[in-house]
Design a protein around this ligand. Structure first.
Ligand code: MN
Length: 208
């Protein structure tokens, strides 16, 4: 069973004016689709791996056969990162988080404003292509960045949420103003979806 691009859970224009329609088309139908196609092509060389979930391949990246390891890291990472990304955004999102996620962020970073500031700073300072994340390992949340399409799963982290700082994610609308994009992105975050991911992270920590 080949990997597939999940359909966007909303319209391409849903995240306007913060993320423009054209960027959403190129990003989802172009970039994400290419990662999936390249992942499937790589796995044709090792059919025994074709039925494994992409997250599972990333968690065990060092046991992936060497001839396809880099392809799985880049394209499996690209697939899993973007699948999360579409899921944790929505139209008319943003605002202050409430409940479980608000408590967890406050306990880790002091306040929601501090978290936003540190997350935006880490994303702005990250050199070149990559992602900025809030991840969990054990009970504690922390901010990390990864290069290219490297996934937090490769490092034993659970990605609670993350923002894409590749130029393809913002250049049409924001050009070289990455900090402006990072700031605007908080208007589309889907806190309900992030809360579900945090709960999933807690379940996994209890199981570990
Ligand atoms: Mn991207």
């Amino acid at each position: 069973m080949a990997h597939e691009v999940p359909p966007l859970p909303y319209d391409y224009a849903a995240l306007e004016p913060f993320i423009d329609t054209q960027t959403m088309h190129l990003h989802h139908d172009g970039h994400h689709a290419a990662y999936v196609k390249n992942l499937n092509t790589a796995l044709e060389k090792h059919p025994d791996l074709q039925s494994r979930p992409a997250i599972d391949l990333l968690r065990n990246i060092n046991s992936i056969p060497e001839d396809i390891r880099t392809a799985v890291r880049n394209n499996g990472g690209g697939h899993v990162n973007h699948t999360m990304f579409w899921e944790i955004m929505k139209s008319k999102g943003g605002g202050e988080p409430h409940g479980h996620i608000a408590d967890a962020l406050k306990s880790a970073f002091g306040s929601f404003d501090t978290l936003k500031q540190k997350f935006n700073e880490a994303g702005a300072k990250h050199f070149g292509s990559g992602w900025v994340w809030v991840v969990s390992k054990g009970k504690q949340l922390e901010i990390i960045t990864t290069a290219n399409q490297d996934s937090p799963y490769m490092h034993g982290y659970y990605p609670v949420f993350g923002n894409d700082v590749w130029e393809h994610a913002y250049y049409l609308k924001y050009q070289n103003r990455r900090p402006e994009y990072l700031q605007a992105w908080w208007n589309v975050i889907n806190w309900e979806a992030v809360t579900k991911r945090l709960e999933e992270a807690s379940r996994m920590n209890r199981a570990a």
